[in-house]
Design a protein around this ligand. Structure first.
Ligand code: PRP
Ligand code: MN
Ligand code: MG
Length: 187
């Protein structure tokens, strides 16, 4: 069975994502010009979005990765995001732009914003491809004068995969965002 055959419905196509990423990139570029910025991708989910968004920000930014997980192999957050691989750059006094694939309960973003504050970031922005407001449990705010919230699309309240997002660590390599066929979860 090919990977595409596991998908019941495509929610955001490759084309839609690419157009929106380019719009977000232009907006971020306008806002960050002249501000030393560390763009931090939240691995593993954000790696595809990170690779695409930074190519749409033609400024002398630093690109970084932090690895955080709270979903494991299921479809529900355990509510306790764990940093399993840390930054290698000092973000003291920098503007940090957290790049996420999806904001769901908000606990990952809230935890990382607090973490960046504790590391001395002067401001923290969040750029997420998807936001599922229906599921929010933890509310968070960008930090500082430069802090802003950028969102690609509002996502329906369904478990989505692709473009970095997984179910049990599979489907991250799909170039679009979709919903799995129900029988996949039952295996
Ligand atoms: C997923 C997703 C976000 C987070 C969002 O990561 O990539 O990072 O959950 O959920 P929240 O708003 O409820 O915190 P996950 O923990 O599955 O790790 P992964 O990126 O390695 O898949
Ligand atoms: Mn993640
Ligand atoms: Mg995951």
């Amino acid at each position: 069975m090919a990977l595409d055959d596991h998908i019941e419905r495509v929610i955001f196509t490759e084309q839609q994502i690419s157009e929106r990423v380019s719009e977000l990139g232009s907006e971020i570029t306008r806002d960050c010009i002249g501000t030393p910025t560390v763009v931090v991708g939240v691995a593993t989910g954000a790696i595809l979005f990170l690779a695409d968004i930074v190519r749409n920000i033609p400024l002398p930014i630093t690109v970084e990765i932090i690895r955080v997980e709270s979903y494991g192999s299921g479809t529900v957050s355990n509510g306790h995001p764990t940093i399993s691989s840390d930054l290698k750059t000092d973000v003291q006094g920098c503007h940090v732009m957290l790049v996420e694939d999806i904001v769901d309960t908000g606990s990952t973003m809230s935890c990382l914003i607090e973490y960046m504050k504790s590391k001395g970031a002067s401001s923290v922005s969040v750029c997420t491809l998807l936001d599922k407001p229906a599921r929010r449990k933890v509310h968070f705010k960008p930090v500082g004068e430069k802090g802003k919230y950028y969102c690609g699309f509002e996502c329906p309240d369904e478990f989505v995969v692709g473009y970095g997002m997984d179910y049990a660590e599979v489907y991250r390599n799909l170039p679009y965002v979709g919903v799995l066929k129900p029988e996949i979860y039952k295996r």
